[in-house]
Design a protein around this ligand. Structure first.
Ligand code: NDP
Length: 333
């Protein structure tokens, strides 16, 4: 059985690396799923900062042209031969490899998609798979946040930042968050951030020092990179954990080991793909995220939706720090 009607679908294509304008709206051919694959008609597509890195060439795509995007929720329209457990009509989500979710339909390995509980709206699910599973591994596995810990979250009103604040608060941590505007501060407060720092105007290292009475924090979750990296190390307490998981402001400079030796610090540069390697890991991470949405530990902020054809505008806003919470693209709108 197949609901797939055509071999041509609309997608965003990148033929040359560069600014948001290189995101072109084109017809692409899509075949039938082969063994072990499913074809999915996307209902909602999550936009992530990693899509910007690939568009600019900070991370290298395998080849040009390519369709960006690493997160979507949709309906299975065809299944490859020999597949059990996946059916036409299933609502599924995926996050991570392969790239190519900025498309009306796409072919995916069946072992990369997870069923979406019917209680969760597809747009909500698409805004929380990649960012939510990232939050899960950062708080539970990369470093284990426990009651009584004090943590620093940069870009606390961003897509991942919003979820980090809510989940860490629920784990019993004291959360310090950095933001650039009053509106973002209000959101971070609502998300359970106990202390807000305006890092464009204030010296965030001095403020963390003050808030923690000179003790520093157990862990810093730093996705801003170049602009914050060194300051983040200075905010850590003895034997603290520096989790550098992104570079929205640019790639940090190389780190001399002597910088870590000063306080016996730990430094890690993790990526989600290496924390959801096996099917069990994927199902566990997605399951925890969906459970936290169902129990309202996580309020999902889908603050910005754009038609899929307007992906360039979504990128422009994300890069210019105009967004908060999640950004989602909707096909056929
Ligand atoms: P965000 O919604 O967090 O957007 C980025 C935010 O970073 C901005 O809104 C802005 O918040 C802040 N920022 C600070 N400096 C800059 C700058 N110079 N340019 C742009 N933004 C800046 O994006 P996502 O939630 O999609 O991703 C957050 C980060 O997490 C990214 O760096 C991403 O690469 C990383 N990430 C890493 C993963 C991993 O596996 N390692 C997985 C998922 C995400 P403000 O205005 O408050 O400063």
């Amino acid at each position: 059985l197949s609901l797939a009607t055509t071999d041509m679908v609309k997608a965003i294509r990148v033929h040359e690396l560069g600014g948001p304008q290189v995101l072109k709206w084109e017809d692409v051919e899509i075949g039938e799923p082969k063994e072990g694959e499913v074809r999915v008609r996307n209902k909602a597509i999550g936009v992530n900062f990693i899509d910007v890195y690939f568009r600019k060439g900070v991370y290298k795509a395998a080849s040009l042209p390519f369709t960006p995007g690493m997160e979507a929720v949709g309906v299975v329209t065809a299944v490859g031969s020999g597949l059990t457990g996946r059916q036409v009509g299933d609502v599924v989500a995926y996050a991570g490899h392969p790239m190519g979710s900025y498309a009306e339909e796409q072919i995916l390995p069946a072992n990369k998609v997870v069923p979406v509980p019917s209680s969760i709206d597809p747009t909500v699910a698409a805004s929380i798979m990649l960012k939510g599973m990232t939050t899960q591994f950062l708080l539970q596995r990369c470093f284990k946040v426990e009651p009584g810990h004090t943590i620093l979250v940069h870009a606390a009103a961003g897509g991942v930042g919003s979820l980090l604040c809510q989940w860490a608060n629920a784990l019993g941590a004291t959360v310090i968050g950095t933001v650039s505007t009053k509106e973002k501060a209000a959101q971070a407060k609502e998300d359970g951030c106990h202390h807000i720092i305006f890092y464009k105007e204030e010296d965030f290292v001095a403020r963390v020092n003050e808030i923690t009475s000179g003790n520093g924090v157990e862990v810093v979750y730093d996705s801003v990179g170049k602009d914050t990296f060194e300051g983040s190390l200075a905010c850590l307490k003895l034997r603290g954990y520096m989790v550098s998981f992104g570079q929205s402001s640019g790639t940090p400079d190389p780190v001399p080991l002597s910088l870590l030796a000063a306080k016996s610090l730990f430094l890690t540069r993790p990526t989600l793909m290496q924390y959801v390697v096996s099917r069990d890991e994927l199902l566990e991470a997605a399951g925890e995220v969906f459970a936290n949405v169902a129990s309202s530990v996580l309020k999902v902020r889908v603050n910005h939706t754009y038609p899929l054809s307007d992906a360039a505008k979504a990128h422009e806003d994300l890069e210019n720090r105009k967004t908060s919470g999640s950004v989602v693209l909707i096909p056929n709108s």
